[in-house]
Design a protein around this ligand. Structure first.
Ligand code: PTJ
Length: 259
């Protein structure tokens, strides 16, 4: 569909088109379209901008990834479609593995996502076919299947646009979990060590830039960033930002002037 250049919701509509294209390419699950819509709703409430609490979480995420011994970036259909180049860049900067991990797992989608990531510069993509031979204990969705060279071994796992219970299972395994989720009330957002409450399309380029900036920093400085980070406070600020924005809007003129 051609979206007019002056359409007031152009950016949002272009993202929708990307997700639909991802579905047609066999990358995004049908349910991924619904998940995107839920994200859009929270982005609307947040004013479609990156807030200070998200910047703070991004900085902590960069520090955690740089301090990690074995970081892994977990990629699902929506993430692959929305930010493939940024995932590849981030993996290079923080020296992380990339692993495909799907809730709605099919061999065709695993391969389509791995091909798409390779097309965007990835040299190695874990978690495809037989490589996903290990299992995360106590998890019953298809997300339990992971690579023994990837998520199973990882000390820090980056899980953008995650569904609920895997974050908790990964935490119980002693891993540090970094989430990106526009919904500050989701189980993932509340169970992760670091939650970036922002749209992945805005957050990932900033995370890449921040990791690049901090790459040369000494480890004691990175540790200080992590020690000063409080995820509960970040989630609380996200909720307050939504509340304040709604209050401001409710107290202003809501109807549009149509002449
Ligand atoms: O590709 P698969 O098979 O692994 O499936 C991926 C989806 C996303 C369909 C699956 O993980 C799922 O059903 O997720 P949920 O439970 O709908 O959760 C997705 C979360 O991501 C929701 O809390 C959304 O608000 C959030 N979200 C959606 N789009 C974005 C987002 N957060 C950040 N940026 C977005 N663009």
């Amino acid at each position: 569909m051609r979206i007019p250049p002056n359409h007031p919701r152009r950016e949002s509509l272009l993202l929708r088109e990307k997700i639909v294209e991802g579905y047609k390419r066999g990358i995004v699950a049908l349910e991924g379209l619904i998940a995107h819509g839920r994200g859009e709703c929270f982005d609307y409430l947040l004013g479609e901008k990156t807030h200070d609490f998200a910047y703070e979480a991004i900085r902590a995420a960069a520090a955690a990834l740089l301090l990690a011994e074995y970081p892994v970036l977990s990629v699902n259909g929506n993430t692959a479609m929305l930010v493939p180049s940024e995932i590849v860049k981030l993996a290079r900067i923080v020296n992380a593995k990339i692993e495909v991990n799907l809730f709605y797992r099919t061999r065709e989608r695993e391969e389509a996502i791995a091909d798409w990531l390779r097309k965007h510069g990835a040299t190695e993509v874990l978690g495809v076919g037989e490589d996903a031979s290990a299992t995360i204990p106590e998890l019953f969705s298809e997300r339990r299947r992971v690579s023994p060279r990837g998520i199973l071994r990882a000390d820090v796992v980056f899980v953008p646009l995650e569904d609920g219970d895997r974050t908790e299972a990964l935490r119980r395994m002693g891993k540090t979990v970094i989430a990106v989720d526009l919904n500050p009330l989701s189980r993932t957002a509340r169970a992760a060590n670091i939650t970036i409450v922002d749209n992945i399309v805005r957050a990932l380029p900033i995370l890449v830039e921040e990791a690049n900036k901090l790459r040369k920093a000494d480890r004691s400085m990175l540790r200080r960033i992590l020690e000063g980070y409080d995820n509960n406070h970040v989630l609380s600020r996200a909720l307050i930002a939504i509340k304040n924005r709604l209050e401001r809007l409710a107290n202003s003129k809501i109807v549009l002037d149509i002449s």
